[in-house]
Design a protein around this ligand. Sequence first.
Ligand code: LAC
Ligand code: ZN
Length: 463
Amino acid sequence: VSQTLDALTRAVPPETILTDPAARAALATDESKIPGDCLAVVRPVTEAQVVAVLRASAEHGFSIVPRGAGTAATGAAVSRADQVVLDLSAMNRILEIDRRDLVAVVEPGVLTGALQAAVEEQGLFYPPDPASSAISTIGGNVATCAGGLRALKYGVTRDYVLGIRAALADGSVVDLGGRNLKSVVGYDLVRLLVGSEGTLAVFLRLVLRLIPRPAAFETVLASFETVEGGLLAADALLAAGLLPRALEYLDRDVLAVVAPALGEKLGDRVQSRLLVELDGSETAVREDAGRALEVLGKAGAIEARRARTAVERDELWLARRSVSKTVRTLAPAKKSEDLGVPRSRLAEAIAAIKAAGRAEGIRVLAYGHAGDANLHVNFLYDPASPQQRAGLERAIAAARKEALARGGTISGEHGVGLLKREAMRDEVGPRALDLMRGVKRAFDPDDRLNPGKALPPHETDGD
Ligand code: LAC
Ligand code: ZN
């Protein structure tokens, strides 16, 4: 312990090292709420300090858990008592916004929302928009390949990372990719680092792709009498040739939780809702919103309308972004799955998953990204009840199975972290897992960068 602390003290200025128990506990966990601990937190402000910590780690053998704002849902940013947390939130400068190259160059600790606002001010747009954008960092978004609300039209974080300057486990620094939208020289190491959950390298700076900001956007909402009504209406919009930037589904249980914040009294008939956001030129948006209302009506909406004011629009989206937090208040505990399936299988997958939950006596809520068929299935339970705990495990296993049986994925956007390491074996075959382990060894042969995350434990060593 003291050897590691001594090494850190020699490596970086004392004001960047936090050792008080409160800070250590707070920065040792994430949205998974898995409790963690750590030896110390280092909060570097320069690239050289990050490199110095990595060199100290190489020399003294301690391992490092890099973190942004700790909004990961999977335990990717949870550390152990013998580890050092590398908190990158203070490296939060926007270094450059280049309107001609259409790129932003940023440090990893920039809040995603701050970046979005800064580029929009200049008539530009950074489309990826995780629900947590106001509080999550761009480095964390890249480390998890965050998805979010605008994936259907614009893609996810990986589609906007052109270049990465990364510090490797041995303290060397590499510049990967660059400012070119097209570049096919060599293996795509940039993409490999995106979504690597801090297990391959530490980001020092990121070159992000920007696009011109759409001139206008509008929100449309529609309610349905059946659980699958909202999902089928999402299909109908796409079939009609519309491509909304957001297409979010909320089931009745979720609507009931957010209704108070919206000052809404939820009608008895409402079983699901779709929140649609369209963007483009003023004229296009006006026309598309009209078309969308028509299509939603034909798809059986019992109510379909435009958000009346910008204030209402903001409230709707804030309520949507807050669902994950708000749902926590419904039960002593919740587990959140993040399943994806091919679009055509979404409604039946959700029905099967809810049925599996009911059979186990576990309440299952569903909401999320109907546009890209990536839904958040939340399981509410009481951890004090052994029966509920067992039922929960079975319900989650069943949900993952239902997704995989339909050619889906056990995580559309949250990642593996600690929570899906075992389950990942059912999605990724043994040969592919070997390749992934080989990649890990190539980057981090001594297993000092976020060890034990993102890959299944070895059957033999029980790590
Ligand atoms: C959301 C987070 C939980 O979409 O991914 O709300
Ligand atoms: Zn989400």
